[in-house]
Design a binder for this molecule. Sequence first.
Ligand code: ADP
Length: 585
Amino acid sequence: MASIKHEPLAYRQPIGSSPSSPGDPLALPPGISSEKFKEYISRAKEIVGEENVTVISTVEELQKESYMEPSKAHDMFHVFDKEYFVASAVVAPRKVTEVQALMRLSNEAVVPVWPFSIGRNVGYGGAAPRVPGSIGLDMGRHMNRVLEVNESGAYALVEPGVTFADLYEDLVKRGLDQKLWIDTPDLGGGSVLGNTVERGVGYTPYGDHFMMHCGMEIVLPNGELLRTGMGAMPDPTQPHVDGGSLDEQPGNKCWQLFNYGFGPYNDGIFTQSNLGVVTKMGIWLMVNPGGYQPYLITFPKDENLPKIVDIIRDLRLAMVLQNVPSIRHILLDAAVMGSKTAYSSSDKPLAEEELDAIAEKLNLGRWNFYGALYGPEPVRNVLWQVVKQSFGTIDGAKFYFPEDIKDKNAVLHIRAKTLQGIPTYDELKWVDWLPNGAHLFFSPISKISGDDANLQYSITRKRVLEAGFDFICTFTIGMREMHHIVCLVFNRDDPDQKRRVHALIRQLIVDCAAHGWGEYRTHLALMDQIAETYNFNDNIQMRLNEKIKNALDPKGILAPGKNGIWPTSYDKAAWRLTAESPLGR
Ligand code: ADP
């Protein structure tokens, strides 16, 4: 099969001018002529209805840059030119059979498709496709039902468009929110399913979303429908049909109860992958533990980090720390409570003394640990004693419950909701640290070890400061590791900042790889580079992924390039984005 060549930007319309032929998008799918594109669009309209197909032919779509009203067609936090990662059209199927028909059409026309659920994957590319001109498959616009909340089994079955806020509201409406809790990331507007397939995390004891999902329904690249785990066994009360509207059939009664079913466990290959479009997913809900107490512990000195981390490891592994707590750098909290100009008139990275002054002003530490206790009061009391005693060995540690802090904007009041699974939007504010604020996340995994965390902190901080940015980060603590999330905030209207932040994050990837630290997730622009660091035994993992990709999607139509995995129909070397890739035209 002939390779699809990267013709960077050649097929794109100059921004600001009118398309050369009416109906042309800003970016055509690679190798697809204007006529073929129009044919695809008219057939897509026959499948999903005219009103559910939007050709992205004007720059207006690119003006959408707000989390609350996210663009479905481009990366709102663009580190490249904002018209680089852009879809040619957005198609919103109304039901699973339409997704299947669209996959068949895309195979026939050899047009790449990029599925997303809500498109709020901010910091990692939002709704934008990796290959400019792909069709954005908007899974969330119509397919947004909570299909089931099972009280005794404590799980929900959701479609892609159900956000964390929606699921929470649904429980409230059913009068179940006091009994069943969800887990939410920092922001409540993302899709439960979308976040889980990206292996995102939240902060309750159910914080590892992929660990807590149970059963998926997936449309394969050829349009076939798969149910994983126990879902592979049909419900014997249902009529036997193959194909058709199988998606409407209730699943096996254990589909959302037991993840693994029989034989190889497949769910993992549909996460951070380009092997299927996920149309349903089960997620376990946490049963109200009978009591809850959020808390904050502040630590006064930058040098306290290693000791904090070593204490956390012992407590987390012993399950005294029951959830996914976080250690936040002072500037993350400061940014939630105000923009940089509220603290300094400097446009340089803030100095150590300035950070100390901010901590003092906000009555916070240089590091701030947000945790929670779960269970009936006597249980919480015992756990609290251990937590206090352990962290009390650090000089200057201070302990707070929400009622100790009057300022209603204080971060503890936000975390008090997040750590019991109540979605909020308050953490959006830290992106406004700089004017026209956007961010990239740099997210290496770290051992829960004082020495390792400290080394990773000092290496990343040094580079961030050298690049002229403020260092802002949080460590979220999993079962055996920490996700170190470095928040690279930049002004998206300042080309020099974009150039610097792009060079910076590429350097951070190199620095961390040299220490054996890899990232758990990344932005579209960096997928190739990070995938290349996971290169044990002559890249066997990538070779395996490519083999599976080519077997399941021989024409390479589903999300080519996602997480660095390119089908053979694409010339990988030409499509690879590197430090040298121009950020625009
Ligand atoms: P969020 O839930 O944060 O809004 P998105 O909807 O933007 O997240 O999804 C993030 C990424 O996850 C997408 O770019 C895509 O790679 C993947 N993804 C999301 N939903 C699906 C889905 N239904 N099927 C397959 N992949 C998906």
